[in-house]
Design a protein around this ligand. Structure first.
Ligand SMILES: Cc1cc2nc3c(=O)[nH]c(=O)nc-3n(C[C@H](O)[C@H](O)[C@H](O)COP(=O)(O)O)c2cc1C
Length: 369
């Protein structure tokens, strides 16, 4: 069941325009807040200030940088400064730029985001109404690096308020066909990201929308290690995070990279067949689409639980970020209780502009008690 109780009657009002493609949303940025949303958001901000004054502290140290809170936005719809600054203003303190590449890539046309119902065991089908679960099938469009680097330096880093952590998610371009080239691209992209002044680089090793094996790298501990080791020779101790999908057993992955990554973000959307009427949608996209939101929650919690116990058992120092199906304070608390140092909200943050502030307020009230 969704916790997004603050949504307007008549259904959710998307911040991201699901009827337009990635590039239109890139240019237009998020929708404007209504007067009521603006007022409610100011009220929540002053409640949070009061709680802070009375000593409530939900800040967290992640890979050497302090974030004012544990609440963040994952690599999702925030593809440029218009989006990152919007989410920063909306109270998210850990901000991730949507995955970018080393050269322009158009990505998939519409549809990208559709409502679906079902679950990972029984399969998904198109739904007219919002269910809390959606597809995100973008194929990772990316501007040229000249464009995203300039935007990051001029419009994000220069304005980033104190207490915010900013990361950039990267993936190699499909033109990199050989294993060596693919591995080397992570190192090149890491050097570019480091140079922008971002706090860390995040490797998207788990994109569910690529018809090649690039989306399954996290399931290959040897390749993941090769990627991180190769990047280390270029960026030294600069923080490197990996974004993973779900595994029944993360032991092999942590054995390979638990000591050499600074953070693990779990989990990405997972690939699934989505049906409309009789037939599968997206046959030209490998037959599957990334599915995220509420249907992902239990898998995300399981992944975080595993990664936390492995960290405790073996003394790994990686930070652990929980993501998947968080739509309110109870979900956030479940992830934190499962061992996450921080949480990120993708799907629900496309709908409710007050979500980060209301979760932060609830966490601060809880910490006061
Ligand atoms: C619209 C949309 C776009 C996304 N794009 C990316 C991406 O570019 N890179 C990535 O690592 N994850 C991407 N994700 C996955 C999210 O980061 C997150 O892992 C996933 O959606 C689970 O969180 P949620 O259930 O809160 O949405 C995207 C998710 C959404 C909803």
């Amino acid at each position: 069941m969704t916790e997004m109780g603050d949504l307007p009657p008549g259904g959710p009002s998307w911040i991201y325009d699901t009827g337009s493609d990635y590039w239109t949303n890139y240019e237009n940025g998020p929708r404007r807040l209504t007067e009521k949303e603006r007022r409610d958001s100011e009220n929540l901000k002053s409640d949070i200030d009061e709680l802070k004054k009375s000593g409530a502290d939900i800040s967290v140290e992640l890979f050497g940088k302090r974030s004012d809170s544990v609440v963040g936005i994952p690599a999702g719809v925030a593809a440029n400064s218009k989006w990152i600054n919007f989410y920063s203003q909306a109270g998210y303190d850990i901000l991730t730029l949507k995955t970018v590449r080393d050269s322009y890539w158009e990505g998939w046309p519409l549809p990208n985001v559709i409502n679906v119902s079902g679950d990972f065991a029984g399969g998904f089908s198109f739904s007219k109404d919002f269910t809390g679960t959606i597809t995100n099938t973008f194929g990772i469009g990316s501007p040229d690096p000249e464009k995203w680097v300039e935007d990051v330096k001029e419009n994000i880093i220069k304005n980033l308020p104190k207490g915010k952590v900013f990361k950039i998610s990267v993936i190699p371009h499909p033109k990199h066909k050989t294993r060596e080239d693919f591995v080397g691209q992570f190192a090149n992209l890491s050097a570019i990201v480091k140079e922008t002044g971002a706090d860390c680089v995040e490797y998207d090793l788990s994109c569910p929308n690529l018809s090649s094996s690039e989306g399954d790298v996290y399931a290959d501990p040897k390749l993941t290690r090769e990627i991180v080791e190769s990047a280390r020779t270029v960026v030294g101790k600069y923080p490197i995070l990996i974004k993973v999908g779900y595994l029944d057993n993360f032991g092999h992955l942590t054995e390979a990279v638990g000591n050499i990554v600074d953070g693990i973000v779990a989990i990405n959307a997972m690939p699934a067949v989505v049906k409309d009427g009789g037939g599968p949608m997206f046959p030209e996209r490998g037959g599957k689409a990334g599915v995220c939101g509420e249907a992902l929650r239990e898998m995300g919690l399981n992944a975080v639980g595993q990664l936390h116990s492995l960290r405790q058992k073996s003394g790994y120092k990686y930070s652990l970020t929980g993501v998947g199906g968080i739509s309110g304070q109870n979900d956030a608390i479940r992830y934190l209780d499962a061992g996450a140092d921080a949480i990120e909200i993708g799907t629900a943050a496309m709908l409710n502009p007050l979500l980060a502030l209301s979760i932060k307020k609830a966490l601060m009230e809880r910490c006061e008690k």
